[in-house]
Write a protein that binds this ligand. Sequence first.
Ligand code: ATP
Ligand code: SF4
Ligand code: MG
Length: 392
Amino acid sequence: MMQTPLLEIRDLNIGFDTSRGQVRPVRDVSYTVFPGQTLAVVGESGCGKSVTALSILRLIPEPPGQVLGGQILLNGRDLLALSEKEMRSVRGREIAMIFQEPMTSLNPVYTIGDQIVEAVTLHQHVGTKEAYAIAEKALNDVGIADAHRRLNEYPHQMSGGMRQRVMIAMALSCQPKLLIADEPTTALDVTIQAQILELLQKLQRERGMSIVLITHDLGVVAENADVVAVMYASRVVEYAKVEELFDNPLHPYTEGLFLSVPKLGESHDRLNTIRGTVPNPASFPTGCKFHTRCARTCEKAAAATPSDVVSITVEGEPVKVLRRCTVDEPTLRQIAPSHWAACHQLDGYDKAPAPRPSLTHRRESEANFVDVGGGDVRAGQTAIPYAKEAAK
Ligand SMILES: Nc1ncnc2c1ncn2[C@@H]1O[C@H](COP(=O)(O)OP(=O)(O)OP(=O)(O)O)[C@@H](O)[C@H]1O
Ligand code: SF4
Ligand SMILES: [Mg+2]
């Protein structure tokens, strides 16, 4: 049976007016999230993860922001076509969002209870007493002990992990169908981080909720995602089932991300990060936006005929790359049945079809393709099989 996505982003394009002209933080982004599924969106700082997510809730500031094109369908209904009033009932009730730093989203002068109750009464027609009961249950659900007493506390009386739980309780108190979690655990220590993610998985199983999980932590992706969208320079450059992405990354940027994860049992003075810096939307390179950092184009250039090669300057050094990479920006194509990538140097790319990426896939069982046990695993540095292979 054909499943219909809960959320479907189609060819989204967003511009921001800046003093240096219009920048494009989101270019032709498409992804889908099915009921009960977790889609992870990964990529370095500034690649457009948050702007895409905020646009789902129509929270980008307009101006300077502007939706230049595309659709954001929630159960087939285009959110971009709704009035602000209609949008208000979507926010919180159908789609909830949790942010990286809970302190900025909680109001310091109101108690936790008052804040959750406010969120509850905004969307549900219940009296104050019932709203407090819902708030208390919401705190219980996220594993906060002594919830009744906690309702009367202020945010500063709680630890970071506790505040993040309160944020989640608030986001989930109205039983949203979709939760957007934007770096929900980055500010927390690794034990609390694992607890929060486990909690989200549990609530997802119980409620069939869909999750868009934004993170730059590949360990978090390995343990939580069903499907992964890798973003680079405002675009999705790779899209696959989580197992497939880890087994066989196709885009050189994704390969680079995996290589930059420290390997289990190795000590590191310095992370083997992708050379060069993330380009800013105000000064994207020509052609493939990754060509200034790409190892593949250098390897291919070394074996190519001289007329297909050009020399560019990267951090003051001359580097030989394929001419095509400097003029032709590859779009996302379906290289294998459940694997899309945007690199024209991949086998089969030129003949591959280019439907919008969409996968109904669910991971089979608890993290069975990733071994995180035993080693010295620190925050954001979870060992992944690819890295372990590379270490052999
Ligand atoms: N209000 C704004 N005006 C102009 N540019 C903006 C605005 N908000 C975001 N941008 C730009 O859009 C680009 C994408 O930003 P976004 O916040 O989506 O990145 P991100 O992938 O979420 O990064 P991070 O991992 O750091 O959170 C960035 O270059 C950012 O500078
Ligand atoms: S198109 Fe060229 S520069 Fe871009 S990822 Fe592929 S090989 Fe690298
Ligand atoms: Mg962000």
